[in-house]
Design a protein around this ligand. Sequence first.
Ligand SMILES: NC(=O)c1ccc[n+]([C@@H]2O[C@H](COP(=O)([O-])OP(=O)(O)OC[C@H]3O[C@@H](n4cnc5c(N)ncnc54)[C@H](OP(=O)(O)O)[C@@H]3O)[C@@H](O)[C@H]2O)c1
Length: 396
Amino acid sequence: MATTMAMTMATGGGGVVRRAGARAAQRVRLARRPESCSRSNGAARRRSSGVDCRISDLVCRAEELRWVGETTTAKEAVVVQEKEEEELRWVGETTTAKEAVVAQEEPAVDVSLGPDSRVLVTGAGGRTGQLVLKKLAEQGISTRGLFRTEKSKKKIAKMLGADARVDLVVGDVSSAEDVKAAMEGCTHVVLLSSAKPQIKKRSLVRILVKKLFRMDPGRPSFRWIENGSPEVVDYLGGKAQIDAAVAAGVKQFVYVGSMGGTQSDNFLNTIGDGNILLWKRKAEVYLAGSGMKYTIVHPGGLLNKEGGERKLVIDVDDKILETKERSVPREDVASVVVGCLGLDEAVDTAFDLASKDPEGGSTEPLDVPSLLKTLDGKSCDYALNSEDVENLVLSQ
Ligand SMILES: NC(=O)c1ccc[n+]([C@@H]2O[C@H](COP(=O)([O-])OP(=O)(O)OC[C@H]3O[C@@H](n4cnc5c(N)ncnc54)[C@H](OP(=O)(O)O)[C@@H]3O)[C@@H](O)[C@H]2O)c1
């Protein structure tokens, strides 16, 4: 496990409830497309569904569409129809989102952590993980980020810049050894690691061709990288993190999962035959039974949009999925997660999180205790599809 100490923060050590509103901060933003996407193979340009597209562009988009966040990419892609866009929102990713850093103001968030706290963020190179890492670092909270690869560790070290003090380590969440080492000295954990489906490019080409011939295009197909399935990353990796946290005497474990966990037949479970929502839920059940204090957050479709501009809503048991507004900016998820750390009201609670469409301008500053009060004591009911979760069988 490689470790890097990066930089010293101007604001100093951890503190009790501080507000970051006055501080300027950096924000990750979509930037340029990967170079490979600018190539042209001279493929035919056609007009389909009002979208001017080029086959080479669509293949490049396939690279970007790994976990279709909100992204303009998803909206532009002719391969995905409106309903599919919504479903795939959970699946896509822009390579571009990984690449850029732009300085901007960030919304305020209160943190209720003691000065001796140290937070481990796993999946720290992920799109939400890096936002949590940065928010904590900006508030002078001692933070460690766990990255799957050296490459993403280096990228985030660069993003954090020269004035943040964060410990960055590389390790695999499904390795008990790596996780134990990462957990050392940590009082709180934020789990943001997740299996990431990889779109099969051929399936996009197939869809495009069917579209051109006005046939039912079907859906793209997905695969998992080696040792990257939901069973390995979300369940075994989640369990490894929970076990290590219990052994390390962690005070609170914040698990970021997903909405849809009560729906065994949810489309997302069919991606790469991965049952991703069910494996995540199995890890959540394990966490809830671990005896450690926990908070489980189930966001809806994640958006790479500004945070602090939408009214946030929380509920339980996928009720939000029955409404129209079921997505939420990653930035807001990160703020809620950070706000839950050290917060009594967030302890032993599992809830779903979404946002209302912005009505223009900023909303009230985020107040996580008040937001949690709207739950009225409710928490997600893991008995709902417990049979399906229990019946998941490990493949080895
Ligand atoms: N996308 C959506 O619309 C949506 C909606 C609801 C909930 N969610 C859930 O919300 C959470 C955050 O989503 P996100 O899109 O911000 O996450 P993300 O960008 O997909 O990040 C996941 C992170 O986990 C890391 N990871 C994967 N396998 C690992 C391993 N074996 N060891 C260590 N790290 C590993 C990945 O590393 P690499 O990048 O190096 O692979 C990546 O940094 C996820 O649980 C996701 O499932 C997503």
